[in-house]
Design a protein around this ligand. Structure first.
Ligand SMILES: [Zn+2]
Length: 305
């Protein structure tokens, strides 16, 4: 039995807020997944919700370290004494590493853990076999798509992760994502996500085949149009993530452009977060968009060979 406790942190990056999950693992014990942002009242609700079901929180797992998912783990640990578990590479303070591609015993359940890089390098997906419940964090959301932004995001790793989810959990009945509602058409959802990335890659390759050498701002305007300006940096970094994968595969070559970026090009390439969000949402947006990687040098891309 899975109970969702939604954190009060809605924003463009977090949809209606971060989903924290309480998983009844039998024997009166529960696993808490993604306690969320550091909002005490939200942790109160997690503790109260578990108690109302007669459950003791026995372990706390974080899918990844982003500030909308992990900071409350420390607060929940303080309140319950339960250990915090995270990916071995996670910078979230944790008591034990999650066994990548192994199982975690909580109560009467063996929770399966899958290494799931792509959105970040330290992302895991968890699977509770009795309810056939797949906890995907920010690998798959209840609605919309996921941002894959360098330097911490990798499109190649992400696409591999989606394929491995299909192979590893063919019996999954429900996806419980980090944001948005549960998804019951599991296979169709994962296949949609795979198709979406294939389509975007196709559009980029076609644009390069058709227009010759192009920069990321040119590709953004060509593929997405020029009307949704507030989404430009998100689009630019998705295109960058695809181009890095295509370069790694030897299909695309990048050359540095020997001039400074125009103001418009810089506006497309670099997120302008200050003033657009409150502090909590700004830190999430900065992580999601890879804002730590400021891009000041323009490259032009062409198909190899
Ligand atoms: Zn998130």
């Amino acid at each position: 039995v899975v109970t969702t406790v939604r954190a009060p942190n809605p924003s463009p990056m977090t949809l209606d807020g971060t989903n924290s999950y309480i998983v009844d693992c039998g024997n009166g014990k529960a696993l808490a997944i993604d306690p969320g942002p550091d909002i005490e009242s939200h942790v109160d609700r997690i503790v109260e919700t578990a108690a109302a079901q007669g459950l003791r929180i026995d372990a706390i797992a974080v899918t990844h370290g982003h500030p909308d998912h992990a900071p409350a783990a420390a607060i929940l640990k303080r309140r319950t004494g339960a250990p915090v578990l995270a990916h071995p590479s996670s910078r979230v303070p944790h008591d034990a590493d999650l066994p990548l591609n192994g199982t975690l015993r909580v109560g009467a359940r063996d929770i399966e853990v899958m290494d799931a890089p792509g959105h970040t390098f330290e992302h895991v997906v968890l699977y509770e076999p009795r309810d056939a419940a797949l906890f995907t964090g920010d690998v798959i959301l209840g609605q919309g798509t996921v941002l894959i932004a360098p330097p911490h995001g990798s499109m190649h790793a992400y696409r591999n992760t989606l394929h491995r989810l299909l192979e590893k959990f063919p019996n999954a009945q429900t996806i419980y994502g980090g944001h948005g509602p549960p998804v019951h058409e599991v296979r169709a959802k994962i296949e949609d996500y795979i198709a979406h990335r294939q389509l975007r890659e196709r559009e980029i390759v076609d644009a390069l085949a058709d227009g010759g050498t192009q920069t990321i701002p040119e590709l953004v305007l060509r593929i997405y149009g020029d009307d949704r300006t507030e989404l430009w940096p998100a689009m630019a970094r998705q295109v960058l993530a695809h181009l890095i994968e295509l370069e790694d595969e030897g299909r695309v070559t990048a050359d540095e452009v020997a001039r400074a970026m125009t103001e418009r090009e810089s506006t497309i390439m670099n997120p302008h977060i200050d003033g657009r969000f409150d502090a909590r949402s700004a830190s999430v947006a900065a992580e999601e968009l890879g804002a730590s990687k400021r891009i000041d040098v323009l490259h032009s891309y062409r198909l190899s060979g």
